[in-house]
Design a protein around this ligand. Sequence first.
Ligand code: SF4
Ligand code: SF4
Length: 442
Amino acid sequence: MSEKTETALGVLQKQVNQPLAAALEVCARCGICTEACHYYQAEPIAAHMPSMRAEELRKVYRSEYDWLSKLFPAWTRSEKLTDEKLATLAEMAFTKCTLCARCTINCPMGVDTPLLMTSIRAMATATGNAPEILEMLADSAIEKGRDPSSYLGYFLDSIKDMEKELQELTGNPQARIPVQKKGARILYVALAGAHTILPAAAIFETVREDWTLSIYEAANYGVFLGDASRAKAIARRIADEARELGVQEIVISECGHAYYAMRWTAPNWFGDEFNFRVRSIVEVIADYVQRGRLDLDPAANPEPIAYHDSCNLGRKGGVIEEPRIIMKAVTTDFRELTPSREEAYCCGGGSGLVANPDVMDLRMLTGKPKVEQVRRSGASIVVAACENCRLQLGDLSAHYGAGFGVTAIADLVVKAMRLPGAKNTIETAMTSAQLDAVRVEK
Ligand code: SF4
Ligand code: SF4
C-alpha cells in the first residue's frame, strides 16, 4: 500500500461516524435518486447516477471494513484503494457532484450522497489530489487571518473610496461604511468586491442599522475541500472578530456556502464560545420589509424576474420564504422557476466548480436544466442570493445565448428604494472570467 492510499484510508477511518456509516450501508439500489441529479438530467449516463457515484466509495469501504469482501472481493464487488483509484475518486468528487443534496431529499432512505462525496474530497485533499485553485484560495484566506496588517491599509483605503460612492448613491454626505466598530449590533461579512458591500451599506444606512463591516471575506474554500481544519480556521477569523467587537449578530452576504458554514456548521465547531445569531443578509432584508422599514417601489423592477434558490441557502439552509417576501415587495412580475424551493435544480456551478477553470465545459453541460427552467419561466432577469450561482448563471446565459441578466437581491432592493444616485439599469452579475480580478480587490 502506498503512503498516499494509507493516508487516504486513515482520513476515511477518522470520518466514519454514524451518518457516514449509514450513507455507506443503507442504499437500496432503487434508483429513485437518478432523475433528481442535474448531471443525469443533462447527460443521462450511468456515471451520473448519484448511487453509482456513491458506490465507488462503497467499494473501497467494503474492502476495508466488510469481512466477506475481504475474503471474496469479487462477490461483493469491493475494490482496494490504489493511487489510481484515489485520483479517479478525487476527480469524481470535485467535478461530478456539486454537493447539492437534491438526490438526498428525493431518496426514500435519505442517503446523504454529498456527505460521501465530501469524505472523498477530504481523502483527496489530504493526499494532494484536490484542485490547486481551491487549496490556494483557502490558504490565502487563512494567511489573511494570521496577519490582517498585510492588507488592512489597502482595504481601509478602498472602503473610503466606496464610502464616497455610498454618499452619492444615498444622497447623504454623512453616510458611512463603518469598519471594526466596537459594540455594533451587526457584523456584516461581505465577499470580495464592492458589489457585495455597497447595496448592503445603502440598505443599512437607510434603516439606520447599527452595523460594522468585517475585514474578512465570507467565502470559505476549506468547506469545498472537505478539510474541516482549514474550514474551521477560516470561520474562526470571523468568530474571533465578532467576539472582539462585541457584536450580537453575524450577517453573511448573499453567498450560499458561506451562510451554510457559519449558520449550520460553525456552532458545531466552536460550541458555547460561538454565541452569536447568524443570518443571511436576505433574512435581514426580509425582516426590514416585513416591518415596513424600507420604502419600496416595485414598479422600479417591472421586468419578468425569477428567483433561483441556491442549494446551500434554500434546500440545505432553510432560507426559502425570505427571498420571496423581498421579491414580491420589489418587483411587479415575479416568476417562480419550476421546480423551485427545496426541489430547485442546482445551477451546476456549486461546491467550488465555478472557481475551477478546468471544468467550464462540464459546468455548461450540467447547467442546461437550469437554463431550460429560466427559458420556460419567460424571465428576462434571474436573481440569485449566492455569488457562485450568479457567476454560473451569467456564464450559462452567455454560453446558451439565453439573454437573461443576473443580479443579486440587494441590487433589486436598492433599485426599488429609488435612491437619488441609483442607476436605472440593474447591474448584472459578472462572469467567472472576471472573478480573479475581483478576488484581489479585498
Ligand atoms: S448531491 Fe447533487 S450533484 Fe451530487 S449526486 Fe446528488 S443530485 Fe447529483
Ligand atoms: S434513492 Fe437512495 S436508496 Fe435509492 S438508489 Fe438512490 S441513494 Fe440508493
